[in-house]
Structure formats: structure tokens, C-alpha cells
Design a protein around this ligand. Structure first.
Ligand code: C5P
Length: 402
């Protein structure tokens, strides 16, 4: 999944021949999962049509403060558009537009949006080789860098003038990969690894029955996604669950039993920086698993159970261990039990859920948590979608480790 997935990307198109290539760039951005809006300078409309770009971006294309051809004419709010954007790309960026970006000379809608945007701005210069070499261009590059704008380097090759040299706009694929790499390099968890357990475990009684629980694996999957979105390489060890996970940085290993989960955790735990144990592991398993389906013979049936290994406690007891996050699901005396659990299992953070809270518990899309840290400080959170809860948990982890 691209780091641009779900992000708002504003593409500013200026008046150079390379503007025709922005049709491909819009397609690539949409394919990467971004919401794309295009703003154009008046001059750029001679090189590529607003209709093409609005069709590809699935959004209206704006190039002036008012819509003269619209009888219900409304004012286009450059501030709203600038603030909407998570990223702005100006491609192609002509020498003219660059000089106005430097000077703050807002003589068209695109420049007004640029000056209103608070997000990172990338620009892909495109001009003829002599314009590219002109001292004013070098000056503008330096000025734009000092404003925090990032240049996507121009290529060398055949130019529209028929001359050959430096100044060709970077190809759309290269623009996209430059931006993706740049965003990735700044993710806070880049280079970190995280192991997450999730879902229930199934302990076989016979070939058709098992002891299990109602855990869906949704909370663990949301945590894996959030860690991966922030750049961490994730090993997700998932008990039986229908939840789908799809992210290039998530390596998922499906397991059935607590023992399999334990073994898999201990194969990987030595190489991770963080471990989050959100799985609802069965505390007990049958002493014997019948080879054949148990027949209904007697009035009662007793199944002898034996304790499963406590995976979280086993990692808590390791001398060299990752930053450790455990979960506690309680039905009464929540805080008291949670403190005892945090001590016993030696967690850095303990995430407490209470079955008494509405919107918390198995299978739901929301959760309500309280976080307890090593110093026994308590942070309570509102009921939220599990994706938001995952953000809160990861945020607390980052606060304490980076
Ligand atoms: O002791 P309890 O099951 O309430 O502890 C819950 C925490 O311990 C959770 O983080 C859970 O994933 C973990 N756990 C474990 N192995 C077990 C039982 C619980 O890792 N056998």
C-alpha cells in the first residue's frame, strides 16, 4: 500500500509543455489511493484541458477565484483548498511560477492556494536548458528550499525546443516514487520492527471441536496497520480470524493454538523493538485431543484441561526484551486487576478494556481503553473506532520510546 493511500493531494499545474504529462501523474496518484484535486494556472490550460484532469482526478479543476461561466457563480476558497491538502505538488513548475512562489506574488489562484497551504510542498521544475542554467533559477531553487519546499530534480534529455540538456520535468513515475520515498524516510517508526499477537486461539478437543473465544482480531489488525503506516516492519501473529490485512510492511503468520502462538513469538521476539500482545489467548487447553470425533455416549462429559503458556509473561521475563505492551480485559475491579497484571507480566504499557463499557469488547468496531504505564500513571480514552484507538496506543508508545 502506498504511503499516499487515503491522503489528500493537491496538484498545481503550470504553463509548460510538460503539463500534458500530469494526466499520467493524476492517474498514478489516484491509483496510489490518494484523493486528488487539481488547480491550474490560466496559461496551463493551453497545454492540457481542465476536462481531462477533472475526469481523471474525479474532482472539479479550479483555475480562478470565480467561475465566470457558472451563472450561480461562487467564490473559490483558496484557503480551504490549501488546508485540505496533506501534500501539494506543483508539476510542472515553470520558471515564472517559481519566481512568484519565491516572491509571494499571488497573481493567480494556484499561487494563492500555494501560499495558503501548510502541508509539505513538492515541485518538479520544467524549462529549457538555458532558463534552467540562469542564475535567477538557481537563486529561486535556493529560496524555495529555504521555505521548506522540496524540489523533484529535473532530468536531462530532449527538450521541447529541440535542444538537449537539463530541464526536462521528471517522469510521472519518478515524481510519485520521489514523494513516496521522501514521506517514508520521515515516518517516525521507519527502521523499527514490531511483533503483534492478535485474535483468539483454538484449542482442539477432537478433530471438529475446540475451545475458543469471541475475539475477532480487529484490534490487533488495526494496531498492525497503524504501526506499518508509521513505517514499522510488522510481524502479525494472528489466531483464527476473518480479518483481512494488506500492507507491504505487514508480514502475517496465521496460527491456531496458544502453543503455536508461543513458539512463533519466540522465533521472532529477539529481532523486534516493540511487542504488542493483543491476542485473547486461551488460558487452558485439553490435556488430550481425541483422534476421532467424540461420540455422545454418557450423560456428562469431563474434559481435563491444562494451562497454556503465558506468552506475554514469558516475554516480560526475558532479560533483553522489546518495549512490551499487554492487554487486559476485565469485568470487575478493573484497575486493581490491571495494576496486578502489569506488575506480574512486566509490561511497559497495559491497555485495559472493561466488559462493562459500552462500545468495548469482542467483535465490535469500537473500543474504550485506559492505558497504564510503568509509573502507574493512568490515561483514559473515549469510546472510539478501533483504528483511532490504535492511533492512541501507538502514540503513547512513540511518546515513551522515541
Ligand atoms: O492474564 P490475561 O489473559 O488476562 O492477560 C492478558 C494479556 O496477556 C494479553 O496481552 C494477552 O495477549 C496476554 N496473554 C498471553 N498468553 C496467554 C494469556 C494471555 O500472551 N496465555
Amino acid at each position: 500500500m502506498s504511503v499516499l493511500s487515503g491522503k489528500n493531494v493537491l496538484l498545481g499545474v503550470t504553463g509548460g509543455i510538460a503539463a500534458y504529462k500530469t494526466t499520467y501523474l493524476v492517474r498514478l496518484l489516484v491509483k496510489a489511493g490518494a484523493a486528488v484535486k487539481v488547480v491550474m494556472t490560466p496559461a496551463s490550460r493551453d497545454f492540457v484541458t481542465p476536462l481531462t484532469l477533472s475526469t481523471l482526478s474525479k474532482n472539479p479543476v479550479l483555475s480562478s477565484f470565480t467561475n465566470e461561466e457558472d451563472e450561480n457563480d461562487t467564490w473559490n476558497n483558496h484557503v480551504d483548498l490549501g488546508l485540505w491538502a496533506d501534500y501539494m505538488i506543483i508539476a510542472p513548475a515553470t520558471a515564472n511560477t517559481m519566481s512568484k512562489m519565491v516572491a509571494g506574488n499571488i497573481d493567480n489562484f494556484l499561487l494563492a492556494v500555494y501560499c495558503s497551504a501548510k502541508c509539505p510542498v513538492y515541485y518538479a521544475p520544467a524549462m529549457d536548458l538555458d532558463m534552467f542554467k540562469h542564475p535567477s533559477t538557481a537563486h529561486n531553487f535556493a529560496q524555495l528550499a529555504s521555505y521548506g519546499n522540496k524540489m523533484i530534480p529535473a532530468g536531462t534529455g530532449e527538450l521541447a525546443s529541440g535542444l538537449s540538456g537539463e530541464g526536462r520535468m521528471a517522469e510521472p513515475e519518478d515524481i510519485l516514487s520521489f514523494i513516496e520515498k521522501d514521506i517514508q524516510s520521515q515516518l517516525p517508526l521507519m527502521g523499527k520492527t514490531c511483533l503483534i499477537t492478535a485474535g483468539p486461539t483454538y484449542e482442539a478437543i477432537d478433530p471438529v471441536r475446540f475451545i475458543g473465544n469471541h475475539s475477532s482480531g480487529k484490534m490487533g489488525a488495526a494496531l498492525a496497520l497503524e504501526m506499518a503506516n508509521l513505517g514499522a516492519q510488522v510481524i502479525l501473529i494472528m489466531g483464527p480470524s476473518h480479518v483481512v490485512t494488506d500492507h507491504a510492511l505487514i508480514d502475517r503468520i496465521d496460527v491456531q493454538t496458544a502453543q503455536e502462538m508461543y513458539d512463533t513469538v519466540h522465533t521472532h521476539i529477539h529481532k523486534v523493538n516493540y511487542a504488542i500482545f493483543s491476542a485473547a489467548v486461551a488460558d487452558y487447553k485439553p490435556v488430550h485431543t481425541a483422534d476421532q470425533k467424540i461420540k455422545k455416549k454418557s450423560e456428562t462429559l469431563t474434559i481435563e484441561l491444562t494451562k497454556n503458556p503465558d506468552i506475554l509473561a514469558s516475554v516480560g521475563a526475558m532479560e533483553q526484551r522489546p518495549f512490551l505492551v499487554g492487554f487486559a480485559l476485565e469485568t470487575e475491579n478493573e484497575l486493581e486487576y490491571a495494576f496486578a497484571k502489569a506488575d506480574k507480566k512486566n509490561t511497559d504499557l497495559l491497555i485495559l478494556n472493561s466488559m462493562r463499557d459500552k462500545g468495548a469488547g469482542f467483535g465490535k468496531d469500537t473500543n474504550k481503553i485506559t492505558i497504564i504505564d510503568r509509573e502507574r500513571s493512568i490515561t483514559e480514552f473515549e469510546t472510539k473506532p478501533k483504528s483511532e484507538v490504535a492511533k492512541d496506543i501507538v502514540n503513547e508508545i512513540i511518546k515513551r520510546t522515541l
